[in-house]
Design a protein around this ligand. Structure first.
Ligand code: BG6
Length: 506
């Protein structure tokens, strides 16, 4: 008798199962820079979220290390200040438990180690995750002391955050220093964009759908835009920002990571090294960004909003770009000739991060002046994937109008909660999965692409490019539309409305 066919309810991805080197029974997180902004806003809320969902090992402690002396009460207030209360009836109990697992120290590394040993007395193994939420100036000394004085007999991992240097050379120096103390397989370099749901989804969208694969190249695609928009300026972070600028802050890392996943070849497997090998391979086919392919901007005051130079922490004559559009070219058979336009800016008209793939015109003849297809992946806010298509206008008329096939997450997956990027990445670090962390050679090639243009921007007085001013809250520099269009982008006709089309307007 024929056996009934069993169909899986959802596709499985075998090699994405928990890695064999996962930390399971016990872990101590040691957060350096525990009194800083990053720890308060991202690290502790993420650790708490994982704790209350039971994703942390049964035996767990969270140890903050801060130079500022604090008593336990102040510390607990600080670490919970960005944890958002919700309707869960167990919220308060869980938060109390979490606080009871969390200590703060500010003594020497040797004393810190003694505390850790004490805490871990009842643990079967002492696995330690060192999280460096620190400014780059103290990065190496802390990594060194942590390795030399606080390394345990169990599994030890170090999580580090950008900035990884300021250019190719400083990045190489930093990597080499770090390598003296920590092995590559112990080092988890965070680019938090790799923990975002829609960035992770790119691999599935691309490689689990034959239809996507079919048109994913220079034959079908005219141009690609990767856009990052924030509606606020540097507000208090001007001191840090002025040293780095928008290219180092967002383009060279977050946007380039998105680009590499979007354009890499299919990996042999989903193992971390196979994925990262493909990312490096495609990045190596990108030559350094050229000056002629760059548009820089800086926001100025508008209405009651201050300009960049009004920030007290910014030098009055700063020419640091708060907006940049750069075009990257990939010299490989799949992508030759397709411009990848990467745009990022602060103090713009909205908050949005998206990838917009614009396909080529259909052959003219039976159609003229028809809109192009576009595939849009909205990374945030409101995760969505939609494909702009031409369709016959409903009714007696026979004409084509632009509409879209729309997968908006909060409508389609009504009960899904999308975790914060930091939660996903800390969990990956516990599980020993490095796929969504940046490997050393990825960094090297990413800096190669941007270093020449950054040196020009940082260059000698009088030779530095002057960014184009744009008003706070605007769409960016006035020449932006012309810049983007010069690379082949065609705006959809005015009648296009999202998400509903009023036919009487056509
Ligand atoms: C950080 C940048 O890496 O990313 C910030 O330093 C930027 O300037 C932030 O605001 C954006 O992250 P997200 O997750 O809010 O898009």
């Amino acid at each position: 008798m024929a056996r009934p066919v069993q169909r899986p309810r959802s596709g499985t991805i075998p090699s994405m199962e928990v890695a064999t080197n996962a930390i399971r029974d016990s872990a101590t997180f040691i957060v350096f820079g525990a009194s800083g902004d990053l720890a308060k806003k991202k690290t502790f809320p993420a650790l708490f979220a994982l704790y209350r969902k039971d994703y942390l090992p049964r035996d767990v402690h969270i140890v903050g290390y801060a130079r500022t002396k604090m008593n336990t009460e102040d510390y607990h207030r600080r670490i919970s200040s960005y944890i958002k209360r919700d309707n869960d009836p167990n919220f308060d109990t869980k938060l109390e438990e979490f606080k009871n697992l969390s200590f703060v120290y500010s003594e020497s590394f040797c004393r810190l180690n003694a505390h850790l040993v004490e805490i871990e007395k009842s643990y079967r193994t002492s696995n330690r995750i060192f999280y460096l939420a620190l400014p780059p100036s103290v990065f190496i000394p802390v990594a060194k002391h942590a390795r030399e004085e606080c390394y345990s007999r169990g599994v030890n991992r170090i999580i580090v955050e950008k900035p990884f240097g300021k250019d190719l050379q400083s990045c190489r120096e930093l990597l080499n220093e770090l390598k003296k103390y920590w092995k590559e397989e112990e080092t988890y370099r965070i680019d938090h964009y790799l923990g975002k749901e829609m960035v992770k989804n790119l691999l599935v969208l691309r490689f689990a759908n034959i239809t996507m694969g079919a048109g994913w190249d220079k034959n079908s695609i005219s141009n690609v835009q990767i856009t990052f928009k924030e509606p606020f300026g540097t507000e208090g972070r001007g001191g840090y920002f002025d040293e780095f600028g928008i290219i180092r802050d967002v383009l060279q890392n977050h946007m380039l990571q998105v680009l590499s996943i979007l354009t890499m070849e299919r990996p042999v497997s989903f193992s971390p090294e196979d994925i990262r090998d493909e990312k490096v391979k495609v990045l190596r086919a990108i030559p350094p960004v050229e000056r002629k392919d760059t548009l820089l901007g800086q926001y100025v005051a508008a209405d009651d909003k201050p300009g960049y130079l009004d920030d007290d922490t910014v030098p009055k004559d700063s020419v640091c770009p708060t907006f940049a559009a750069t075009v990257l070219w990939i010299h490989n058979p799949r992508w030759e000739g397709v411009p990848f336009i990467m745009k990022a800016g602060k103090a713009l008209n909205q908050a949005k991060v998206e990838v917009r793939i614009q396909f080529k015109d259909v052959t003219q003849g039976i159609f003229a002046e028809i809109s192009r297809n576009e595939l849009v992946v909205r990374i945030q806010p409101q995760e969505a994937v939609y494909l702009k298509l031409n369709t016959k206008s409903p009714g007696y008329a026979f004409r084509a109008i632009p509409t879209e096939m729309d997968l908006t997450y909060n409508r389609r997956f009504t009960e899904a909660t999308i975790p914060e990027a930091y939660e996903v990445l800390i969990l990956d670090a516990l599980r020993g999965d490095q796929s969504n962390f940046v490997r050393d050679d990825e960094l090297d090639v990413a800096w190669k692409i941007f270093t020449p243009i950054l040196h020009w921007i940082d260059g000698k007085e009088g030779e530095k490019p002057k960014p184009e001013p744009y008003p706070y809250g605007s769409r960016g520099p006035a020449t932006l539309d012309a810049f983007v269009e010069s690379y082949g982008y065609k705006r959809t006709e005015e009648a296009y409305n999202w998400p509903t089309t009023n036919l009487s307007n056509l």
